[in-house]
Write a protein that binds this ligand. Structure first.
Ligand code: SDX
Length: 392
C-alpha cells in the first residue's frame, strides 16, 4: 500500500492481446508463422511467400503468389516528390532517422483517399508499405553516401531489387549475386514477425486510436531503433569490433557480469526466449554458408564464435538462460554482403513491416477492438492543497 492506494495485483494485469499470426514458446525455442516453423520457412519459402502467409493466414498457391508478387513489385516506386524529403537531412544523418521521418511523411502522399475501415483499403496500405520500404531504405543509404537514387526494377526478385537499389551506380551495370540475394531474402524472412515485441505493440497501440497505417509504421520504426530491440544488430557489430580479438573477450564478459557496468553483451538474451532463439540457429548457419561461399575470412566471426562458446559455458549466462539471439549473427552476414552497420536496423524495419502491417490489419479487422489504454500503479504524492510560491 502507498498510503493512498491499496496495491491490487489484478489492477496491474499485464496487457496482452490475442492474435493468430505468430506463436513463440520461449522455453522450448519455438517460433511459428501461422503454424509453420521458422526454420522450414527460411529454408523453403521466399520472403514474399512469407509476406502472403503472414498477411492472409495461408501459404499462396503458385497463381496467388504470381499475382501477389506482380502487385508488390508494381508498387515499388515512390512519388517523385518524396525524394525532396531526403534533402532536408544532413548527409551524415542516421538512416533510421531518415526512414522514420520519410515513412511518417507517406501519410501525406497515400493516406487521404484511404478508408481504413475498408478491408480492401487496408490491404492496399499493406501492399504499399511492403513494396516501398526497400525503395525508401535504399534511398536513405544512397543519400548518406552521396550517390544518386536508383529506381526499382520489376524484373528482379524482391531481395535482388533491394540490392540493386542499394549498390547499382549509373556508371556501370550491377549484377545481383545469387548467394547474397538468397541470404538477404532469408534475413528478411527471419525478421518478418515476432509476436507482441516492443515495436509491434507500438504499432498496435498507435493503430488502436485510428491513426493512419503510415504513421503507425513510423512509430514502430522509432521503437525498433532502440539498442535493446532492433538496434541490437548494429550495436552487436560495434561490440565485436570493439572487442577486436579473441584474447579481449574475457574483459568484456567480466563487464557484462558487472552489475555496476551498464554494458551488456549485444546479441545475447531475450525477453521471451529462455532457450536458443530458433532464428539465431538459422542465422548462424546462413552466416557460415555466406562466408564460405563468398570466401570471406572475417576475424569478427572468430570473435563471435569464441564469444558464443564462452558465454554458453559461463554459469552467469547459463543460469540466466542468456543465449545468442537473431541479432548476434545477422550483423556479420550483412557486413559480409557489403551492408554498412548503419543500415542494419533499417533492414530489420524493412523485414518487419509485413509483421507490423499484419498485426495492424488483424486488430483493425476486429470490430470490437477499442483504443489501447494501459493503466498504471500510482506511486506519486497523495492529494494536497496548492499554495503558489511565485510572486504574481
Ligand atoms: C530483439 O521481443 C522481441 O521479440 C524482440 C526481437 C524481435 O524479433 O522483435 O526478438 C528482437 O529485440 C532481440 C533482443 C535484441 N537485444 C539485444 O541483443 C540487446 C542485449 N540484450 C539485452 O539488453 C536483454 O537481454 C534484453 C533487453 C533483450 C532482455 O532484457 P531483460 O528482460 O532484462 O533480460 P532478462 O530479464 O532475461 O535478464 C535476466 C538477467 C538480468 O540480470 P540479473 O538482474 O538477473 O542479475 O540477465 C541479465 C540481466 O541484467 N542480462 C544480461 C543480458 N541480457 C540480460 N547480462 C549481460 N548481457 C546481456 N545481453
Amino acid at each position: 500500500s502507498h498510503g493512498y492506494f491499496t496495491y491490487d495485483p489484478g489492477f496491474m494485469a499485464t496487457a496482452s492481446c490475442q492474435s493468430e499470426i505468430t506463436y513463440i514458446d520461449g522455453d522450448l525455442g519455438i517460433l511459428l508463422y501461422r503454424g509453420y516453423p521458422i526454420d522450414q520457412l527460411a529454408k523453403d519459402a521466399n520472403y514474399l511467400e512469407v509476406c502472403y502467409l503472414l498477411l492472409y493466414g495461408e501459404a499462396p498457391t503458385a497463381k496467388q503468389f504470381e499475382e501477389f508478387q506482380r502487385l508488390i513489385m508494381r508498387h515499388t516506386m515512390v512519388h517523385e516528390q518524396l525524394s525532396s524529403f531526403f534533402k532536408g537531412y544532413r548527409r551524415d544523418a542516421h538512416p533510421m532517422a531518415i526512414v522514420c521521418g520519410v515513412i511518417a511523411g507517406l501519410s501525406a502522399f497515400y493516406h487521404d483517399p484511404m478508408d481504413i475501415t475498408d478491408q480492401s483499403h487496408r490491404e492496399t496500405a499493406a501492399h504499399r508499405m511492403i513494396a516501398k520500404l526497400p525503395t525508401i531504405a535504399a534511398m536513405a543509404y544512397k543519400y548518406s553516401v552521396g550517390q544518386p537514387f536508383v529506381y526499382p526494377r520489376n524484373d528482379l526478385s524482391y531481395a535482388g531489387n533491394f540490392l540493386q537499389m542499394m549498390f547499382a551506380i549509373p556508371c556501370e551495370d550491377y549484377k545481383v549475386n545469387p548467394i547474397v540475394e538468397r541470404a538477404m531474402d532469408r534475413i528478411f524472412t527471419l525478421h518478418a514477425d515476432h509476436e507482441q515485441n516492443a515495436s509491434t505493440s507500438t504499432v498496435r497501440l498507435a493503430g488502436s486510436s485510428g491513426a493512419n497505417p503510415f504513421a503507425c509504421i513510423a512509430a514502430g520504426i522509432a521503437s525498433l531503433w532502440g539498442p535493446a530491440h532492433g538496434g541490437a544488430n548494429e550495436a552487436c557489430l560495434t561490440m565485436l569490433e570493439e572487442i577486436g580479438s579473441v584474447d579481449r573477450i574475457p574483459e568484456f564478459i567480466a563487464r557484462a557480469k558487472d552489475k555496476d557496468d551498464p554494458f551488456r553483451l549485444m546479441g545475447f538474451g531475450h525477453r521471451v526466449y529462455k532457450n536458443f532463439d530458433p532464428r539465431a540457429t538459422v542465422m548462424r548457419d546462413t552466416c557460415h554458408e555466406v562466408l564460405d561461399d563468398l570466401k570471406i575470412e572475417d576475424p569478427l566471426l572468430d570473435v563471435a564464435m569464441e564469444l558464443e562458446r564462452i558465454a554458453l559455458s559461463d554459469p552467469y549466462f547459463v543460469e540466466r538462460k542468456l543465449y545468442p539471439n537473431v541479432d548476434f549473427y545477422s550483423g556479420i552476414v550483412l557486413k559480409a554482403v557489403g551492408i554498412p552497420s548503419s543500415m542494419f536496423t533499417v533492414i530489420f524495419a524493412l523485414s518487419r513491416t509485413v509483421g507490423w502491417m499484419s498485426h495492424w490489419n488483424e486488430m483493425m479487422s476486429d470490430s470490437k477492438q477499442k483504443i489501447g489504454r494501459p493503466r498504471q500503479l500510482y506511486t506519486g504524492a497523495p492529494e494536497r492543497e496548492f499554495r503558489t510560491q511565485v510572486k504574481k
